[in-house]
Design a protein around this ligand. Structure first.
Ligand code: NDP
Ligand code: GDR
Length: 360
């Protein structure tokens, strides 16, 4: 009998799915992924690991599917008989969730139930371990809910502030419930924001690094952003998928916070990104009238005029309810999982800007 472990990843075409697939292939897993049918290609992040299905030993296989369709979730899990399922599939954009609240509830909330219920119906509770992609959005940034050290940890109360957060809280609790009710090895990773050169282009970090590169190369004039006053605990997606894997290798199923423990204003991320191209910015004005101007440009490659406005605030990007501040306490994951992030924010920003400069 083969001892090769088999993993199934939903959301394999996304940022985390692609890094996790690479990690599991390196570890010798057979990796199966669920991808949605789209009218245009959506596999750019995983094309480099695709294997010709006619080869003898194929360790990477994609299945068409959707988290809104129980029949296909059951069929794929039955066919794959996975040792581990990583449920990363989601409509993951917080602002967009206000526009599609019912859809996000179906995919991010009930989609999680569909996975767990499929495992139960198929009699795989003892064999299959399930990782659920929970999120720091569950905390909602309520300052009174931080621990005595000023962080959110595994015991901090939840208060979601978006349809996305509300859907994910169902995913969190149903995962915990299936663990307790059916003795399943089902765990939540409560991950704080994590980014990379593969981050979706409408999330704030990637939007900033892409615009920085485009402005440097004269392809864009100005970057429009929403709330510059929120703060996020940003890590690198590569480090965070390592934590997901570690969570499923423990003796006991538990929930873990994965974070760096450092928080940064959106405005400061902008400053760091422009510093990578040798540009110093000054911010002026308040709220909707706030702008960032070029104060100095030390890179002869990019001739940006001093005083030029390169960032403006557009209230269109504000959210009906905002999560003002997130900062996570990674003590449990460091102690129990032995997890230690390899990247700090400066290294992350450097990598993202360098990658986006190559794009233009
Ligand atoms: P992405 O948005 O990059 O990827 C989401 C993935 O889910 C894509 O593969 C997408 O497919 C897929 N998907 C969307 N809708 C469906 C559906 N109806 N059925 C099946 N698959 C679907 O997200 P990330 O990689 O950044 O995040 C991975 C997970 O972790 C998500 O669940 C997210 O909510 C959660 N999370 C992310 C954090 C972060 O900072 N990145 C922090 C905490 C939690 P397609 O490519 O076709 O759109
Ligand atoms: P977030 O990430 O909502 O934290 O969710 P995002 O990068 O979208 O926003 C972070 C903060 O930046 C502010 N912001 C803007 N955001 C976007 N997208 N675009 C803008 O122009 C802009 N200007 C300012 C936002 O208001 C917010 O405060 C991410 C997702 O990956 C979720 O799936 C995940 O669960 C959480 O992180 C943890």
């Amino acid at each position: 009998m083969s001892t090769q472990k088999v993993a199934l990843i939903t959301g394999i075409t996304g940022q985390d799915g692609s890094y996790l697939a690479e990690l599991l292939l390196e570890k010798g897993y057979q990796v199966h992924g669920v991808k949605r049918r789209a009218s245009s290609f959506n596999t750019q992040r995983i094309d480099h690991i695709y294997q010709d299905q006619h080869e003898v030993h194929v360790n990477f296989k994609l299945h068409y599917g959707d988290l809104t369709d129980s029949t296909n979730i059951i069929r794929i899990i039955q066919e794959v008989q996975p040792d581990e399922i990583y449920n990363l599939g989601a409509m993951s954009h917080v602002k967009v969730s206000f526009d599609s609240p019912e859809y996000v509830a179906n995919v991010d909330g009930i989609g999680t139930l569909r996975i767990l219920e499929a495992v139960r119906i198929l009699g795989l509770c003892e064999k299959t371990r399930v990782y659920q992609a929970s999120t720091s959005e569950l905390y909602g940034g309520m300052s009174e809910n931080k621990n005595e050290k000023g962080f959110y940890d595994e015991n901090s109360p939840f208060y979601p502030r978006s349809p996305y957060g509300a859907a994910k809280i169902y995913g969190f609790w149903i995962t915990k419930n299936y663990r307790e009710a059916y003795n399943m090895f089902a765990c939540n990773g409560i991950l704080f924001n994590h980014e990379s050169p593969r981050r979706g282009e409408t999330f704030v970090t990637r939007k900033i690094t892409m615009a920085t590169a485009a402005i440097a190369k004269g392809k864009q004039d100005c970057l429009y952003l929403g709330n510059l006053n929120s703060q996020r605990d940003w890590g690198h997606a590569k480090d965070y998928v390592e934590a997901m894997w570690r969570i499923l290798q423990q003796d006991k199923p538990e929930d873990y916070v994965i974070a760096t423990g450092v928080t940064t204003y959106i405005r400061d991320f902008v400053i760091m990104a422009f510093a990578e191209i040798g540009v110093t910015l000054t911010f002026e004005g308040e709220n909707e009238s706030e702008v960032a101007k070029v104060a100095a440009c030390n890179n002869p490659l990019y001739q940006l005029e001093i005083g030029k406005v390169v960032v403006r605030v557009d209230p269109e990007y504000y959210r009906p309810t905002e999560v003002d501040l997130l900062i996570g306490d990674p003590t449990k994951s460091k102690t129990k999982l032995g997890w230690e992030p390899q990247y700090d924010l400066a290294a992350l920003v450097k990598e993202m800007v360098a990658s986006d400069l190559k794009l233009f």
